[in-house]
Design a protein around this ligand. Sequence first.
Ligand SMILES: Nc1ncnc2c1ncn2[C@@H]1O[C@H](COP(=O)(O)OP(=O)(O)O)[C@@H](O)[C@H]1O
Ligand SMILES: [Mg+2]
Length: 280
Amino acid sequence: MITLDTLTKRFGSLTAVDALSLAIEPGEVFGLLGPNGAGKSTTIAMTVGLLRPDSGTVSVGGGDPADAQVRALLGVAPQALAIYDELSARENIQFFGSLYGLSGKDRARRADELLELVGLTDRAADRVKGFSGGMKRRVNLACALVHDPKAVLLDEPTAGVDPQSRHAIFEIVRTLRDQGRTIVYTTHYMEEAQKLCARVGIIDKGRLLAMDTVDALIAQHGGQSVVRIERGETQERVQTAEPLAVLQKALAAGDATGVHVERPDLETVFLNLTGRSLRD
Ligand SMILES: Nc1ncnc2c1ncn2[C@@H]1O[C@H](COP(=O)(O)OP(=O)(O)O)[C@@H](O)[C@H]1O
Ligand SMILES: [Mg+2]
């Protein structure tokens, strides 16, 4: 659905995106995971044709996103909110509908559907100005969907969002996936990538370090699990690739008063790949 081939973007002496290549399959939820400044937003901007790469190519459904018809396959919810504070939730959605040439009737119908999807039907007529961060994110998301795009690019869709709205956004992403849309989801939260994404690309300093399913990334780059076995006041830590076998042995011995398994996660993967933590 979306193919990036050795995409590169420089800002002066800084290489923000460095020969990035990846292929996103139709209908998959693909996560682009990396710390702040990794090059995620720059990659999204080039993918949707907002920013010209210095070199490399983007292909969307086999076409060039510089072409408006190809670009219409994509919906983007930018990290920097692209909505109008002075307009209501409904007016924002309808405004974006008009940009895509939807008729008045279609705009109204689509606004109803999208307000329902993002859970803002009862706030439709209220100005966005008074909305919480999470509600604004949801309006931003609805605006990205107004023209019924095949692929949706969500750039840090949970930035500045309270836990309840975060959960609502996860549910919306799952609904979009079930509708068969391709989703590109950028985040610096490894739990989000781990929860939502079928495949994840890990990006740092503009470079793609690894790309695979979450399980495969952890299996390949996560290293070993740690089993902690408590015996009264003392505690043993065992590093192992076979945590279940260690657990069974500890339990069979009969003297354990507590056991705990720490499995490697995407945070561990990032740490092992870069020597740094993903957390800010
Ligand atoms: N318009 C710009 N001019 C100069 N530097 C930029 C510009 N946009 C992004 N950058 C720099 O490029 C790098 C990647 O930024 P960005 O793509 O926004 O990363 P991310 O979205 O992963 O946080 C950062 O170092 C950022 O400061
Ligand atoms: Mg960004």
